[in-house]
Write a protein that binds this ligand. Structure first.
Ligand SMILES: C[S@@+](CC[C@H](N)C(=O)[O-])C[C@H]1O[C@@H](n2cnc3c(N)ncnc32)[C@H](O)[C@@H]1O
Length: 240
């Protein structure tokens, strides 16, 4: 059955406040970020990254930007396959959280990427999107720095569509995760998590927005009862 497409309504907050709040929050939770991820996803986060990336076709020895890289899990995975990686994140502490990761690191904002046009063969980003204050600005920058014909990969958390799973998911993120955060890391940071999930537009709105920024042939895949989603598209060959 064809799903009815909703008209996009982008009432996304576009405030410098959100940017600095998010940066500070990730700086604070950075030392325990990876272990918290493992705990709250029951170790599934690594599986999701691998599984979603397996759908991405990347030419050998590509130059790839890991946008909102955090400690660089995607950079690790793709770097081990011989690609040339650059990690970029707004939070210095997140970039430095994994000392073993030797990928070149750049501290910058996704809305102002410090690279010339058409620099990268591919751009990947995991679990960053919902933190960006203005998805449109971020996608405009993505489109600018990726070469025509290059692939663009985004993945993030999503909300299950089935009512029962949606309720369980909501209860888990609103109640259990902040509790785990309070004990093991930071309560306020892990209270922010459900808010950030709710902030993300629907898959149709995200696809539409990517297309508006010259990212074509966008596919969408859901994993584990729709709790995680991935988008793969191709930077149009049109020059901007
Ligand atoms: C949930 S973490 C994801 C980290 C990593 N990619 C992963 O797969 O675990 C989100 C990351 O997005 C970064 N981030 C948030 N807003 C950003 C922005 N405006 N520009 C660049 N990075 C940003 C945060 O600092 C954080 O490291």
């Amino acid at each position: 059955m064809k799903r009815k497409q909703r008209t996009p309504t982008f009432s996304l907050p576009n405030s410098a406040d959100k940017k600095y709040y998010v940066q500070h929050m990730f700086d604070t939770i950075a030392p325990r970020y990876q272990i918290m991820n493992t705990i709250i996803t029951f170790g599934l986060d690594r599986y999701w990254r691998k599984k979603a990336l397996s759908k991405l076709v990347i030419p050998e020895n590509s130059l790839i930007l890991d946008l909102a890289s955090g400690p660089g899990e995607l950079a690790d995975l793709l770097g081990s396959r011989g690609h040339r990686m650059i990690s970029l994140d707004i939070s210095r502490e997140m970039l430095l959280a994994n000392r073993r990761n030797k990928t070149p690191k750049v501290q910058a904002d996704c809305e102002l990427l410090p690279f010339p046009e058409e620099t990268f063969d591919t751009l990947v980003s995991a679990f960053g999107m919902r933190n960006f204050p203005d998805l449109s600005r971020a996608f405009a920058e993505v489109s600018r720095v990726v070469k025509p014909g290059g692939s663009v990969f985004f993945m993030d958390i999503s909300q299950p569509r089935a009512v029962v799973f949606r309720s369980i998911h909501k209860f888990y993120f609103n109640n259990i995760v902040p509790l785990l955060g309070a004990v093991l890391s930071s309560k306020s940071a892990y209270k922010y998590l459900p808010e950030s999930i709710a902030y993300l537009p629907s898959q149709y709105e995200i696809i539409k927005l990517l297309e508006q920024h010259n990212i074509e042939n966008v596919s969408h895949t859901s994993y584990t009862f729709d709790t995680v989603q991935a988008f793969i598209g191709v930077r149009s060959r049109k020059h901007l």
